[in-house]
Design a protein around this ligand. Structure first.
Ligand SMILES: NC(=O)c1ccc[n+]([C@@H]2O[C@H](COP(=O)([O-])OP(=O)(O)OC[C@H]3O[C@@H](n4cnc5c(N)ncnc54)[C@H](OP(=O)(O)O)[C@@H]3O)[C@@H](O)[C@H]2O)c1
Length: 345
């Protein structure tokens, strides 16, 4: 039997919604004729989702495991009930529905990374083997389903599964930098974790030779890493949740020149105003962070009389997987950093 291309046939409650917005979806591994069944190797929850669960569980691995199992059991998908955020997964294609055979470029046995959110992906976990609290990766035995509209990428042999797992979750962010940053621009990246580092590296390339890349990051460790990687012209250790201080520090360092394009990649709430303040009128902001609050951003901008275009962080951009793989391929230092940080043996 054929299902709806966007997966609405799997929605249990509330009826009428698509899977991302649904409370509960059907995670039965028996696939419809236009679906793909995946044997899951590992989940990469978003930093926002994992971070919230981790804090609630006091970093206790057994409690985190239990919380993840309960969420998936209850909802048929991994979607943090508080932040609504998901993540992505890597796995091996197990079965391809009759209607898709010959129409797609993968076959059973291929290793892929899904590029749609876990918050809409039917998932049934039979066992969690290991959770790495540091890399926020969850290694498990599970089945997942991709709908006909679901996107994925084959895991490139030169980069391997662990590196792909680490970077594909955030591939939408550097792709937007590739699209929006121009030579001569000032580009600001707030937050220098996984997404932020990839954005900084891409921005550095795009604004050359005369533009400037500014990194605003909370932790000293990450600031030092950015300096070592030489992917920003200016690195400021600031707390984005303190907008006036962030703005003053930025203005001083940049001699009053505001950003043409700013990307928020933080994993905490309440940084909208810092992001808006450092961006010029008629500049652009890409709110990739899942902690972004629409009301705070829109009314906050109005409140300070700032006419700025604000793009919601759509995780998808055509070609985003390749753009992100290429950033890693072309920057040896960044590649080594990601391997050391996220690819534990
Ligand atoms: N839009 C989408 O489709 C999509 C997809 C995937 C992920 N995301 C979201 O993207 C965001 C970034 O993900 P990620 O994996 O890159 O996270 P990450 O590796 O945890 O990086 C977040 C960075 O933000 C920094 N930060 C935290 N609080 C800050 C503050 N007050 N001021 C300045 N910097 C601060 C963190 O510093 P510390 O070291 O101090 O923590 C960290 O370096 C998350 O919100 C995630 O949910 C969005």
């Amino acid at each position: 039997m054929k299902g709806n291309q966007y997966g609405s046939h799997r929605v249990i409650t509330p009826k009428g919604l698509l899977p991302q917005a649904a409370e509960k979806i059907n995670n039965d591994p028996k696939i419809f004729s236009n679906e793909i069944l995946i044997d899951v190797i590992a989940l990469q929850p978003t930093s926002t989702a994992f971070g919230r669960i981790k804090n609630e569980c006091g970093r206790n691995i057994d409690k985190i495991k239990q919380a993840i199992l309960e969420i998936v059991e209850e909802r048929g998908k991994f979607q943090d009930p508080v932040t609504k955020s998901g993540g992505m997964l890597i796995g091996i294609v197990k079965e391809i529905g009759e209607d898709l055979k010959g129409k797609i470029d993968i076959q059973p046995g291929d290793k892929i990374a899904t590029l749609v959110s876990l918050s809409l992906t039917p998932l049934r976990i039979s066992e969690i083997h290991h959770i790495d609290v540091d890399t926020e990766q969850v290694f498990c035995k599970a089945n997942a389903i991709l709908f006909e509209s679901g996107i994925y990428t084959k895991i490139p042999e030169d980069l391997g599964q662990n590196l792909s797992l680490a970077i594909m979750d955030v591939a939408g962010a550097p792709a937007q930098v590739a699209m929006n940053a121009k030579p001569g621009d000032v580009v600001v990246i707030i937050g220098a974790g996984k997404a932020g580092l990839l954005c900084l590296a891409e921005a550095k390339k795009r604004v050359a030779p005369n533009g400037k890349v500014v990194c605003l990051e909370h932790s000293k460790v990450q600031c030092d890493i950015v300096r070592e990687l030489e992917i920003a012209d200016v690195v400021l250790q600031v707390n984005g949740q303190e907008p006036i201080d962030t703005y003053n520090r930025y203005m001083e360092a940049m001699d009053g020149r505001l950003a043409d394009f700013t990307v928020s990649t933080v994993n905490v709430p309440d940084t909208e105003l810092s992001t808006i303040l450092v961006t010029k009128d008629i500049g652009k902001i890409y709110f990739f962070s899942m902690s972004t609050d629409f009301v705070k951003a829109s009314l906050g901008a109005e409140g300070i009389k700032k006419y700025v275009s604000m793009i919601i962080g759509n995780g998808y951009y055509p070609g985003h997987a390749e753009i992100t793989f290429d950033i890693i391929r072309n920057n040896q230092k960044l590649r080594e950093y990601f391997i050391n940080r996220y690819c534990k043996p």
